[in-house]
Ligand binder design. Structure first.
Ligand SMILES: Nc1ncnc2c1ncn2[C@@H]1O[C@H](COP(=O)(O)OP(=O)(O)O)[C@@H](O)[C@H]1O
Ligand SMILES: C=C(OP(=O)(O)O)C(=O)O
Ligand SMILES: [Mn+2]
Length: 534
């Protein structure tokens, strides 16, 4: 591997560089007895090391900033009073200041450097250099990103650099116009990211996802917050959009199908391709029997985050005392049924929108028309689930455009445009699947949701007789093999159907209100009839 010199990045006095460490080396580094605090890993009974990430156990969107400069000012979808989002502008002075904090933190230290790809397609992938001082963070990168071959490492030229200074703080954040001592700042022009004062692993992967979300649509490629799998012949591909915790990872990990990836994908002329090299599964209440593939992926080389272990390393997956957002990252080859060697497959035929409806109004599955597809994609109605973002402690209804608003760097209509273009070409059909609640007050069971997904993927749903759900005009099946018939019409899950009526009207109104922001142009206005009608 080529020697690297970090002084060109402004990092000086480096005492040692651990460059592209093997799993063996990472294990040794992250379990060194002299490590303290959040740097310290503990070996669990399953062989995977567990780490704690401190105060930040989920993403911190309020601390996300992008440098506003000549280049980004007219392309980035900035937050505004009319439409608030998580793309907060930072000045070039603020960028200099936070970068200095990071460089200062990373100077005169032993460092870990990992070179990795984001994007399975060689033509459009990003080559990223991650620089950090914490061993397990290097492990996380190795698990989650695509690892170059020896040959690719020889000629690796980063086109993006990430400085992870999780131990530093932005003391003068007020002066700099930042939100707190924590900052996740992107510079789209210099192609760099700085992370300060958060140790949450997901911040690194979702950061690069945000950058793919910026660069790819501008090249005419769809960039999507979805999981993806295909049939055993690698022919019939499905994608599952959904905000954090709605079931992308759980439902795409299916023993009957080959996994492409669990969270971030592109859709180009060749089809669907993964951005990542690994998966990042939630493990709260993980049950060996109901999710055997994820359970079995937790072994040596997997990395647990914020899971409760006793002194002997025995795991308590049910403990929520640290966070509900307990996680495991693992390289995708920890799942047996995957597309190999490259995580890619032909254009999707089924597009599934996972929505965790906390109101209990949406049917567990609705068959969408092309107009409804656009309307519900732009609306992105779902709930933010406990622990996934800082400050979220219970399911909180939200409209998250494209089911991933926190990661969109361009206007939502750009993502809708790219998706529709690809769907029309492949003749894909879309479905809205509620993985949240119904009138029983309980979350729809994984068993029923899996039955619904099976029926979508094997075509049973198109053979089923259907009925219309009022206000939303959804077409829903009246019966599906392997699914509790009583839940298919959500009204039947209420002791009194009028209760559903009241909630449905309220939700319909929320949709109408939310969609107003898209009605400024003809294309947006034209979609209104596809939305709920009161
Ligand atoms: N009906 C359901 N469908 C999918 N997941 C469910 C359902 N009910 C409960 N869950 C739980 O919700 C969580 C979904 O998380 P995950 O699949 O990691 O979501 P994502 O990948 O979209 O962030 C898991 O902990 C899963 O056990
Ligand atoms: C890592 C994340 O992704 P997801 O929960 O969608 O898997 C996250 O949102 O922090
Ligand atoms: Mn996931």
């Amino acid at each position: 591997m080529a020697e690297i010199n970090l002084s060109k990045y402004g990092i000086s006095g480096t005492t040692e560089i651990v460059h592209n460490p093997s799993y063996e080396m990472l294990f040794e580094e992250e379990t060194k007895p002299e490590l303290e605090g959040f740097e310290k890993g503990q070996v669990s009974e399953l062989g995977a090391v567990n780490v704690m990430t401190g105060i930040y156990t989920g993403r911190s969107p309020k601390d996300k900033f992008i440098v506003m400069d000549e280049n980004s000012k007219d392309t980035v979808w900035w937050t505004s009073d009319e439409y608030k989002n998580d793309n907060h502008p930072a000045s070039e002075e603020t960028w200099k200041a936070v970068k200095d904090i990071a460089l200062n933190e990373l100077s005169n230290k032993k460092l870990f450097v990992v070179d990795a790809f984001c994007g399975a397609n060689e033509d459009t992938r990003m080559s990223i250099r991650f620089i950090m001082e914490v061993a397990w963070q290097a492990h996380f990168i190795r698990n989650m990103f695509i690892m170059p071959t020896e040959e690719e490492l020889e000629k690796f030229e980063p086109d993006f650099v990430v400085y992870n200074a999780s131990k530093a703080k932005v003391e003068n954040y007020k002066e700099l116009g930042l939100n707190s001592e924590t900052a996740v700042v992107f510079n789209i022009t210099s192609r760099e990211q700085v992370i300060i004062n958060t140790w949450y692993g997901g911040e690194m992967k979702k950061g690069m996802f945000s950058m793919m979300n910026y660069y790819l649509p501008l090249k005419g490629i769809a960039s999507m917050h979805c999981s993806a799998n295909t049939d055993m012949n690698g022919e019939n591909t499905a994608i599952f959009f959904g905000l954090s915790g709605t079931g992308k990872t759980t439902l795409s990990t299916d023993p009957k199908r080959l996994l492409i990836g669990d969270d971030e994908h592109g859709w180009d002329d060749e089809g669907i391709f993964n951005f990542e090299g690994g998966c990042y599964a939630k493990v709260i209440n993980l049950d060996k029997e109901s999710e055997p593939d994820i359970y079995n992926a937790i072994k040596r080389d997997a990395l647990l985050e914020n899971v409760t272990l006793d002194a002997e390393g025995k795991i308590d997956f049910n403990d929520k005392s640290v966070t509900e957002n307990t996680r495991v990252s693992y390289p995708i080859n920890h799942i047996e049924k995957i597309v190999r060697p490259v995580s890619a497959a032909p254009a999707a035929k089924e597009v599934i929108f996972l929505s965790a409806d906390a109101f209990g109004v949406l049917p567990p599955v609705s068959i969408l028309t092309p107009e409804q597809t656009q309307y519900y994609f732009l609306s992105g109605f779902t709930a933010k689930l406990a622990g996934t973002e800082r400050g979220i402690t219970e399911p909180t209804p939200t409209f998250s455009a494209c089911f991933g608003q926190a990661f969109l760097e361009l206007h939502p209509t750009k993502y809708a445009e790219e998706l529709v273009k690809r769907m029309e070409k492949s003749g894909a059909k879309a479905y809205l699947v509620n993985t949240g609640w119904n009138g029983t007050g309980k979350r729809i069971s994984i068993r029923d949701t899996r039955g619904i997904i099976d029926a979508i993927l094997n075509g049973d749903i198109l053979k089923a007789s259907t009925k219309k759900i009022p206000y939303f005009n959804f077409d829903v099946p009246t019966e599906l093999p392997g699914v509790d018939t009583n839940i298919l019409d959500p009204r039947n899950t209420y002791a009194d159907a009028s209760e559903w009526e009241t909630k449905a009207k309220d939700l319909a109104q929320r949709f109408v209100k939310n969609f107003a922001k898209y009605e400024g142009n003809e294309a947006g206005k034209a979609l209104v009839p596809a939305g709920p009608q009161l």
